[in-house]
Design a protein around this ligand. Structure first.
Ligand code: ZN
Ligand code: ZN
Ligand code: FE
Length: 752
C-alpha cells in the first residue's frame, strides 16, 4: 500500500546543499516525489511503501549537509499521486514565511584544491565555488535563494557548468553562483585615476603592486577590502594616515594556518574557527618572536588574524602573504561595495584596485571574535553569520528592534526567530544612518514583514530613537539600555527566571536620566530592579569627556579629593591638562547641563588609564581601556579597597590607593591589575549580597566593558568560586551590537 508524506522543514536549509542530499537519500531508497525550496524553508514529498517511508524518516536527520541547521520539522500524510520519479522542482515563491537565508561561506577545501590543480578546468579561476561554499547573503536580491534572484542572473551558464548544476550527484548541483572562465564573472584592474589598466593577468598586476608597497582595494565578498603588505611598515603607515585610522588594530590575512602559527599562538579551537566556513577574524596572542610590525596593533599584543575566504584571496595570498586586510571605506563610513563608491577611494586611499563584474548586493563586514575559555566571544557578528536566525523565547507578532547608536545592528523578528542585521556602524554619521534605513527596508522585504511593534532604546537623543519615532507603528516601546544588554545574554542561554545581571558598559540612558553603565540588577525578561551601581561622577563636557580620558580622570580626582589635592594630583599625573583646561573643567563639573552624571564602568576604565599614563584623545572607541587591559600583569592577585554605600559602589578608595602606588612608583602593570581586580571584587560582592537575599544562583554578564577579556575571566572566576552559574555572551557581542536581541525579547515579554 503506497503512502505519501509531506515534510515541512524550516531553519538554515537553503543554499547549503540540502535539496541534493534529500534527492540522494530518496533515490537510494527508490522513493518518488520531490524536494523544493519554499519561502518557509524546504518542502519534501515522498511516496512509497510504508516501511521504506519510515526508513526515510529515520535516515533524514543523518542526511542533512554539514552546513544545514534545521529549526523545525513537521510531517503529514497526504493522498498519494501518480509520480514516477523523485525530482528537485523549481522554487515556490508564494507563502508568507521566511526561509533560512544562507550566509556567505568561505571557499571549501575541495574548491581550494581545484583552484590550484593545473588539470582542473577552473585552475586559478577567481570565482570558483560549489554547493558548500561561496557568496550567498551578499548576492541575494530576494528569496527564495535561486540564481534568477541573485546577482548571478546576468551570467548564463555554459553547457559544462549547466550540466554540473543540473546533476543531483554533482557537488555543484544547484550551486547558484556556479561559474567558470567561459561563462562567469571576471576581473579587471583599475588604476588610481579610475581608468581600466590593460593587463593579461590582473592578479599578477595586483601582486606586483602589493609587493612594491602599494595599497590595493580588492572587491571581496561583502564589500571591498583595502590591503597592503603586512610586513611593510611604510605601507601600513600610509594606509593608516590615508584612512584616518591612526591606532585601531588592523586585521591580517595569512595564506594558511601554518603561516598564522609562525606569528601567533593558535589553539585547536582557534584553528577550528579560522578554518570554518565563517572564516572570522580571530583575535590571537602574538608569539614573542613574531616579527610583524608593531603598527598593525599598537595598543595590544594581539593580532586579528584570518584566512582567505574567497578564491580571489587564495590567489593573491598564494603569491604575497601576509596582507593587511581591512574594510574599504573612509574612516567609519559603511564598507564600499560598488565601483561608483570605489571612485572616491581611488587616488585618495587606494593606489590600485582589483574589481570584478559580479555585483555585491548587500554589505557584510568581516566578523570578529576571540575565544575565552574555549567559548566564542564576538566583537562583531557579520559576514558568515548574518542572516542566521537567533531563537527568541517564544512566538510573537513581527517586531523591529532598532538597536543602539554605536556599533549598531538592528533586528527583525518572525514568529520565534530573530534576524540580527550585519554590522551597520555608528549612526551619528549620515552615510551610516542612511545605510541603516536602507538595510531595515531591505530586511523587511526579504522577510516579507511589516512590523507594527517597534522597540528602541530609551535614550531620547539617540538617532535610532528618532528613527523609531518617525515610523508608523501601533506600538513603540522604549527599552532601558542595560536591561536590554542583560536580556540579550539571557536570551542566548534561554534563561527566563530572574537572574543577577551585571552590566558593565560605556554609557546608556537610565531611568533617572543619568548615564548608566556600571549596574547590578535583578532582572527577568520583563522587569529589572537596579540594586547597585557605580558611584555617580560628572562627565565634564559630555562627548568631550569620552574623547579625552584625562577629563574623566580629573572628574574622578575632583570627586575623591579636596579641590587643592585634586589639582596637585592632576598636575603630577595628568600633565597634558593645561591649567586653563583644569579651570574650565572645574567650572564645568558642577553644572549638570554640561556635565551629566554617569555610573559608567567604561568611563572609570578611561579615568584609570589616564592616571596610568594614557594621554591625548582616543582615536577609536574603547582605546584607553584596551591599552589599560594590555598593561595588566596577570601575576598580581591583590586589589584596592572600594566601598558599598547604600546602592552605590564607590571607587574613591581605589583612586586614593592607585595614586599612593603611583607616588611610590609601583609598576603601572601592577596598578592596572589591581584596578581590574578591585572592580571584579566589587561586583562580585554585590552579586553575593543579592544572591543571599534572593536565593538566585545565576549571574549574567553583559555590556561593552566585558570585551575586556582579563576582566571577564576574573569575574567568571570569582563568581564561580561563590557557586554562581555565570553566563556570558557566546552568540552576539556583549557591546551594543547585541542590544537588539535583548530589546526584542523584552518587547515580547512585556507585550504578552
Ligand atoms: Zn566549494
Ligand atoms: Zn561555465
Ligand atoms: Fe551599551
Amino acid at each position: 500500500m503506497l503512502e505519501r508524506h509531506c515534510y515541512n522543514i524550516t531553519g538554515y536549509v537553503q543554499g547549503v546543499g540540502f535539496r541534493p542530499s534529500i534527492y540522494r537519500l530518496a533515490h537510494r531508497l527508490h522513493l518518488v516525489g520531490f524536494v523544493q525550496n519554499s519561502t518557509t524553508g524546504v518542502i519534501i514529498e515522498v511516496q512509497g511503501e510504508q516501511a521504506v517511508l519510515e526508513k526515510f524518516n529515520q535516515l533524514l536527520p543523518t542526511s542533512y549537509p554539514p552546513m544545514a541547521m534545521v529549526a523545525t520539522i513537521s510531517r503529514t500524510t497526504i493522498p498519494s499521486q501518480e509520480t514516477s520519479d523523485f525530482t528537485i522542482t523549481p522554487s515556490e515563491r508564494s507563502g508568507d514565511l521566511f526561509a533560512g537565508m544562507p550566509a556567505d561561506m568561505a571557499t571549501c577545501p575541495e574548491c581550494q584544491k581545484e583552484l590550484f590543480d593545473p588539470h582542473d578546468r577552473r585552475f586559478l579561476y577567481p570565482f570558483i565555488n560549489c554547493t558548500n561554499c561561496g557568496p550567498r547573503f551578499s548576492i541575494i536580491k530576494s528569496l527564495p535563494y535561486d540564481r534568477d534572484y541573485t546577482s548571478m542572473k546576468t551570467f548564463t551558464q555554459c553547457s559544462l557548468c549547466q550540466t554540473e548544476y543540473d546533476q543531483p550527484d554533482n557537488r555543484r548541483f544547484d550551486a547558484q553562483p556556479n561559474a567558470c572562465f567561459t561563462c562567469g564573472p571576471w576581473l579587471q584592474v583599475v588604476s588610481n585615476d579610475n581608468t581600466v589598466l590593460p593587463t593579461e593577468n590582473p592578479v599578477a598586476t595586483i601582486v606586483e603592486a602589493l609587493k612594491s608597497g602599494k595599497i590595493a582595494a580588492i572587491k571581496s565578498l561583502g564589500g571591498y577590502n583595502l590591503c597592503c603588505d603586512a610586513k611593510n611598515e611604510t605601507a601600513i603607515t600610509t594606509l593608516r594616515s590615508r584612512k584616518k585610522r591612526p591606532h585601531k588594530a588592523l586585521a591580517v590575512m595569512f595564506r594558511s594556518l601554518d603561516e598564522v602559527k609562525q606569528f601567533c599562538s593558535v589553539s585547536a579551537k582557534e584553528a577550528e574557527w579560522l578554518l570554518s566556513p565563517i572564516a572570522p577574524i580571530v583575535i590571537l596572542n602574538q608569539l614573542d618572536h613574531s616579527c610583524l610590525p608593531k603598527s598593525i596593533s599598537p595598543d595590544t599584543s594581539t593580532i586579528g588574524a584570518f584566512l582567505p575566504y574567497t578564491p580571489l584571496h587564495h590567489l593573491l595570498l598564494s603569491q604575497v602573504s601576509p596582507l593587511i586586510m581591512t574594510s574599504a571605506n573612509q574612516s567609519d563610513e559603511p564598507i564600499v561595495i560598488d565601483e561608483e563608491q570605489l571612485t572616491s577611494l581611488l587616488g585618495s586611499i587606494a593606489d590600485i584596485s582589483l574589481v570584478h563584474n559580479r555585483a555585491i548586493l548587500r554589505r557584510a563586514d568581516d566578523s570578529v571574535m576571540r575565544l575565552v575559555d574555549q567559548q566564542p566571544l564576538f566583537y562583531r557578528r557579520s559576514r558568515g553569520l548574518v542572516p542566521h536566525a537567533l531563537a527568541l523565547p517564544k512566538k510573537s507578532p513581527d517586531m523591529l528592534a532598532c538597536g543602539a547608536d554605536l556599533k549598531n545592528t538592528f533586528a527583525l523578528t518572525k514568529n520565534d526567530q530573530l534576524y540580527l542585521s550585519q554590522h551597520i556602524g555608528d549612526l551619528k554619521d549620515y552615510p551610516t544612518y542612511s545605510f541603516y534605513q536602507d538595510q531595515i527596508n531591505d530586511f523587511k522585504n526579504l522577510l516579507q514583514v511589516s512590523p507594527k511593534i517597534i522597540l528602541h532604546d530609551m535614550h531620547p537623543d539617540y538617532v535610532s530613537t528618532g528613527y523609531a519615532q518617525s515610523l508608523d507603528a501601533e506600538i513603540k516601546l522604549p527599552i532601558q539600555h542595560h536591561h536590554a544588554h542583560i536580556v540579550s545574554c539571557m536570551t542566548e542561554h534561554q534563561l527566563k527566571d530572574p537572574v543577577i545581571g551585571i552590566a558593565l558598559d560605556g554609557t546608556g540612558y537610565g531611568d533617572d536620566q543619568h548615564l548608566w553603565g556600571g549596574e547590578v540588577f535583578i532582572a527577568d525578561l520583563k522587569h529589572y530592579t537596579r540594586h547597585y551601581h557605580f558611584e555617580y561622577v560628572a562627565l565634564p563636557g559630555k562627548e568631550e569627556a569620552i574623547r579625552h580620558p584625562e577629563r574623566m580622570a580629573f572628574s574622578y580626582l575632583n570627586l575623591t579629593f579636596s579641590p587643592n589635592e585634586a589639582l596637585n594630583h592632576a598636575n603630577t599625573y595628568l600633565p597634558n591638562l593645561s591649567s586653563a583646561e583644569l579651570d574650565v573643567l572645574r567650572q564645568l563639573i558642577p553644572k549638570p547641563g554640561f556635565s551629566p552624571l554617569t555610573s559608567s564602568a567604561g568611563r572609570l576604565f578611561d579615568g584609570i588609564a589616564a592616571l596610568l599614563g594614557f594621554t591625548g584623545p582616543v582615536s577609536y572607541e574603547g582605546q584607553a581601556a584596551i591599552q589599560l587591559e594590555s598593561l595588566v600583569d596577570p601575576q598580581i592577585k591583590t586589589h584596592y579597597d572600594y566601598a558599598l554605600i547604600g546602592s552605590e559602589i564607590s571607587f574613591q578608595p581605589m583612586i586614593t590607593g592607585l595614586l599612593k602606588d603611583r607616588d611610590q612608583q609601583l609598576a603601572v602593570s601592577t596598578i592596572a591589575a589591581k584596578c581590574h581586580l578591585t572592580i571584579t571584587m566589587a561586583v562580585t560582592e554585590c552579586a553575593q549580597k543579592l544572591g543571599q537575599q534572593s536565593g538566585i544562583k545565576q549571574v549574567v554578564l553583559s555590556g561593552g566593558v566585558f570585551q575586556n577579556v582579563y576582566l571577564l575571566k576574573a569575574c567568571i572566576k570569582s563568581l564561580s568560586n561563590l557557586n554562581f552559574q555565570v553566563y556570558c555572551h557566546q552568540q552576539v557581542p556583549p557591546n551594543d551590537a547585541g542590544l537588539a536581541l535583548g530589546q526584542a525579547a523584552i518587547g515580547q515579554a512585556i507585550l504578552s
